[in-house]
Ligand binder design. Sequence first.
Ligand SMILES: *Cc1c(COP(=O)(O)O)cnc(C)c1O
Length: 389
Amino acid sequence: MMEISEIINHLGEDRETYFNSISPPIFQASNFCFPNVAKLRESLKKEFEVPFYTRGVNPTVEILRKKLAALEGAENSLIFGSGSAAMAAAIMSSVNQGDHVVCVQKPYSWTNKLLNEYLVRYGIETEMVDGTDIANFQKAIKPNTSLFVLESPNSLTYELQDLIEVAKLAKKHKIITVCDNSYSTPLFQQPIKMGIDMVVHSASKYISGHSDLVAGVLCGSNKKVASIFKSEYMTIGGIIGPQEAWLMIRGLRTFKLRVERSSQSAMQVLSFLENHDKIEKVFYPFSSSFPQLELAKKQMKGCGGMFSVLIKTSSMEGVEKFCDSLKLFLMACSWGGHESLLFPTCALLESQNYKNSELPWNMVRIYIGLEEPELLIEDLAQALNAISS
Ligand SMILES: *Cc1c(COP(=O)(O)O)cnc(C)c1O
């Protein structure tokens, strides 16, 4: 196993081939040429290993593939134009017409749409289970179950799956497993080492880390990645361009620093919020009140810098007042960048009947970026005080 700083700073970078430039070149090229027919013919046969056409192999993207596979402890990886494209490739590579999929409840919304709306058109049926109990996976297995879709933890209420146990069960029944690892990143959790077949990331979050691009990653064995390369990757073509790949390489240089800092600051902010009388509940895998704390500590080396809270107030106006009063937190979707963010679930609710909605109306998701935590706490304090309860 290569040490993480070596992966980030050196792995995959063949500096001698580009004038010993420390930063890699952006190979802004769609195609690559050959001196004679014999070489052209030879390269066509190795389209998956050598630069031929950028939908397949691009040298700037290749650097990223090596780094991300190594970070996850996987044999190989593919980089996609979004996390959703990576998840779609992982899922579509694992199902045939008439297959049955078991997916954890409350996955990322577009993963849910792919399974429960899009793939239904192709005769693929998905069962959503509460993944906090291994027995629910066991019960859901049918003779045609081909895939378990996992997300541990999810990015709103943070329910976990016992990855080692789910992987064991899946192997016993020859079921493929894919886990969305965006929240924990390979720094804090490496599902492949726990027996999971494929890991998917939204690299738009912590991996790129600067809120300036959308990208995805899929990690797995050489065999798996080669087969996805020749099928979903090349035919659907959801690739990343070399410019974005370069930005991702740059983002990765500070990956460990950023994720560690965001995590530490989040814990500091949480210890303030957990004791605040305007906070009804916090959702965070490493919080002492989290129902799966023991499992979290067992399978995660650390915990990301995002959590959710329930605001203690009598109406949606109170939540809106809190959110609108924050000055340092930007109101936006996504997370994992340098800047602190908030996203209230009430933005998704409109009806007069909001108190009966499945989604708690007083929930706010908070992501802690790289600002001074003391200032963030001050800002949260004044915004909580602004709520008249
Ligand atoms: C953002 C996100 C995705 C989707 O990734 P995109 O890069 O936006 O396509 C998937 N899973 C999780 C947990 C995410 O946060």
